[in-house]
Design a protein around this ligand. Structure first.
Ligand code: PMP
Length: 357
């Protein structure tokens, strides 16, 4: 109601929710003491249009890890590893956190370090997006970029050897707190929300999500099958693959880390860069899910697995979406980038000019 240029509102009568009324949102009533209190408890969302368009008849749910405060699933493990290091008494005012990462752990670490007032240095491969590097720098981290992924861990160790009293490496690749955080939180949340899950689909970088979520879901339902999304070019899980560089970030590589429990993997689906990025764009356009390339790879692997394993109606599939599009604004989100990499055909007419009728 508009009266005398003033808009006045009155509380509306509470209406009973309609069957598929998804428009109403309830106001959140909670106040938080720190952004870190918002790590975890991410939503599970049912896919509606995409499964139909891809001929998939089972239920597919996605775990929206991109809704963590730092934008990815890695916030969970950083918080857990940080608490563990604090409890061990290895963190003090002069501590400098150093970590080798594809970027998302670095963002989570830089976020924690800036809140604590500690220094943070991140070593990352130069294929990882400038958006992640800029975010880490904005959060006060020093970023060292390497040409070769295999060098990251060696450089982090060298920094520790040079300053053993101040440098702390939480080391996601062989820290059991990494998979434990996913077992106790990510996996637990899925079980609490859905109960029995028949298939879980996800990619592996450090392997922490795969090991933790996989163990929890299989513990809850011993028949739950784990499908790994392996980028084409990676030989991390698919040892028969043909190793070559690929563009999807955060998953795959040449070596499995200590925390990756490969025995949990029942089935592997290989996904190309093109398939991953096109699926990530489809997730945005058809489901409104603004997620990253490894999420696209995981959903693509899920749809492939539905076909190769004949997963039919009544089965429940969960796919992990590790990060969001913010990290890739100048990459697959951009039509020009997609065209330059031949993942999209250039349009016939790039510009539409306004002409007076
Ligand atoms: N996707 C993205 C974008 C990531 O940054 C990571 C972490 N490297 C993963 C997936 C895989 O997570 P995890 O390290 O738990 O295997």
């Amino acid at each position: 109601m508009v009266r005398n240029n003033l808009v006045s509102f009155r509380r509306r009568e509470e209406k009973p929710a309609q069957g598929d009324d998804v428009s109403s949102t309830k106001p959140a009533s909670k106040v938080y003491n720190s952004i870190l209190e918002l790590v975890g408890n991410t939503p599970l969302v049912k896919l509606n249009r995409l499964p139909i368009e891809h001929g998939v008849k089972c239920e597919v749910y996605v775990k929206c890890e991109f809704m963590n405060p730092g934008g990815s699933t890695k916030d969970r493990i950083v918080l857990a590893m940080m608490n563990d290091a604090r409890n061990d008494g290895v963190v003090h005012d002069k501590t400098e956190f150093v970590e080798a990462t594809s970027g998302n752990t670095g963002i989570g670490l830089a976020l924690n370090a800036t809140l604590m007032g500690n220094k943070c240095t991140i070593v990352t491969q130069d294929k990882n997006s400038s958006e992640k590097v800029n975010t880490m720098r904005l959060l006060g981290a020093e970023v060292i970029q390497t040409k070769n992924g295999a060098l990251e861990t060696a450089i982090a160790r060298r920094l520790k050897d040079d300053n053993p009293d101040t440098v702390v490496i939480l080391n996601q690749f062989d820290n059991e707190i990494n998979p434990r955080a996913h077992y106790e939180n990510t996996g637990e949340e899925i079980v609490a929300a859905l109960g029995k899950v028949d298939f879980v689909v996800l990619g592996a970088g450090s392997g922490g999500t795969l090991s933790g979520v996989g163990s929890r879901l299989k513990e809850n339902n011993p028949d739950c099958k784990l499908v790994a999304a392996e980028p084409d070019g990676s030989i991390m899980i698919n040892k028969d693959g043909n190793p070559h560089p690929f563009l999807v970030e955060g998953i795959g590589g040449s070596e499995a880390s200590i925390v990756l429990d490969k025995s949990l993997v029942d089935h592997v689906e290989v996904v190309t860069d093109k398939e991953s990025f096109l699926m990530a764009r489809e997730l945005a356009k058809k489901e409104g899910l603004l997620c990253g390339g490894s999420s696209g790879a995981a959903v693509c692997a899920a749809f492939k697995a539905v076909k190769s394993l004949s997963i039919g109606p009544g089965k429940r599939v969960v796919v992990i979406l590790p990060d969001g599009i913010r990290n890739y604004m100048t990459k697959f989100v951009s039509d020009q980038w997609m065209e330059a990499h031949r993942f999209l055909e250039p349009p016939q007419h790039t510009m539409k000019w306004w002409t007076k009728p």
